[in-house]
Design a protein around this ligand. Structure first.
Ligand code: ADP
Ligand code: MG
Length: 399
């Protein structure tokens, strides 16, 4: 799960991290009121979307010469003008894709006198099972480009979560940023605060770009992106409350309501599978047979009628789907129960695309009989290879 920049900053501020003063706004009036509460005379109006690269982005409606989604305003009147330009319009950045994202929220913040911009991020490094803190003197720009052309300018500091953030980690961060004296101390402090926040909030990614040194010698977080481990969200109702569903794919929101793991892909064969490993294998074998999966979908252990119905509906929202492959192993849930669910769900959604079903496991014969006697045009399959060949043949017939 992702949150907006202003939400991430408010979370970080609770851990003592320095941020510029700022107030979120949903309307032009709120943006003006926000600016009036800030000291001025410089303000920055920032589009709040779940994507980076806003500064260099372009608004679809405003033409090629218009400025992007991060604007420096020199008066309250300018804040008002920029809010009018941004709200309701569509911002296209390197991270949004061509469709862009509609700007529904702004963040009005203090303009900061920047001396230098740095980069600092943290991710869970699965290879080492530790937290990797990635720092660079080259902040404010495209870090992928820095990594590509000048990898020596990026330092990675690995922190063992059992040991925690030690003073030597702080010194390593300061050294990588080429800071000394008081700024080095500040860098060590802020790195420790960020690490503490990262752990306490169960983040899986935290990126500060840029971390800035102000002309009067302070380190501040100027921009941040934060995402959370969805398996740990149950521990953080305050974080869940920050969810902005307008930023998410409607099909994925619907899927999460039924506890289905769904990810849309670009192919034409909808997949309904139980277990992530089996889902991956199913996708692989579809590709091996020359077609592409339209989605990843794991219905989980309890493939109930309700869940299977929801899954069919979610798969069928995608107009690219030309056929569906159901591949379910009846272990905890027996095959006859699953077959009943598939038949009921197919009838309820009035399924019009070819459906190939492969069942295996407990009571498999009863399950197959239920499918065969359902009166529906379900194509039965005996194993994974057979299932993939049959669904590929079916979608090629219709397309
Ligand atoms: P994005 O990464 O989405 O483009 P940022 O918040 O990083 O958005 O803003 C882009 C650039 O705008 C920053 O690198 C910084 O130079 C400038 N900027 C952002 N916020 C402020 C601010 N409060 N004061 C001064 N400059 C800012
Ligand atoms: Mg940024």
């Amino acid at each position: 799960m992702n949150v907006h920049e202003y939400q991430a900053k408010e979370l970080l501020a609770k851990f003592g991290v320095g941020i510029p003063a700022g107030i979120p706004a949903l309307t032009v009036e709120e943006a003006v009121a926000a600016a009036k509460q800030l000291p001025g005379p410089l303000y920055v109006v920032k589009a709040q979307i779940h994507a980076g690269g806003r500064g260099k982005g372009k608004f679809k409606e405003l033409g090629p010469d218009a400025k992007g989604g991060v604007r420096l305003a020199k008066s309250v009147e300018e804040v008002e003008d920029f809010a009018k330009e941004m709200l309701g319009n569509t911002l296209v950045t390197v991270q949004t894709g061509e469709a862009g994202k509609q700007v529904n929220r702004l963040y009005v913040t203090d303009g900061v006198d920047i001396a230098r911009e740095y980069y600092l991020s943290m991710v869970v490094d699965r290879a080492t099972g530790r937290v990797a803190m990635i720092v660079s003197t080259e902040g404010g720009m495209d870090i992928e480009e820095v990594a590509h052309s000048t990898p020596e300018k990026i330092a990675t500091i690995v922190i063992d979560p059992a040991q925690g953030f030690m003073p030597h980690h702080g010194r390593a961060v300061a050294a990588a940023l080429k800071l000394s004296g008081d700024l080095a101390k500040q860098a060590a402090t802020i790195a420790k605060q960020l690490f503490t926040a990262f752990n306490a909030l169960d983040c899986d990614m935290l990126e500060i770009n840029p971390l800035v040194e102000t002309k009067d010698g302070n380190l501040l977080v100027l921009d941040t992106k934060m995402s959370f481990d969805s398996n740990a969200l149950y521990r953080h109702p305050d974080v869940v409350a920050l969810r902005d569903e307008t930023e998410e794919d409607p099909a994925e929101i619907e899927a999460s309501k039924y506890d289905l793991a769904y990810i849309k892909l670009d192919g034409n064969i909808g997949c309904m599978v139980n277990g992530a490993g089996l889902a991956m294998a199913t996708m692989d074998i579809i590709k091996l047979n020359g077609e592409f999966p339209a989605n990843f979908l794991d219905v989980g252990g309890g493939a109930t009628t309700e869940k299977v119905t929801a899954a069919f509906k979610i798969i069928l929202r995608d107009p690219a789907v030309k056929g569906i492959l159901v591949n379910i192993f009846g272990g905890i849930m027996k095959c006859d129960i699953i077959a009943d669910g598939i038949v009921a769900a197919a009838k309820e959604v009035n399924l019009q695309v070819p459906l190939v079903v492969r069942l295996e496991g407990t009571n498999v014969q009863q399950g197959k009989d239920i499918l065969a006697n359902s009166g529906l045009a379900i194509v039965p399959a005996n194993d994974l290879g057979d299932a993939a060949q049959k669904i590929v043949a079916e979608v090629r017939k219709v397309s």
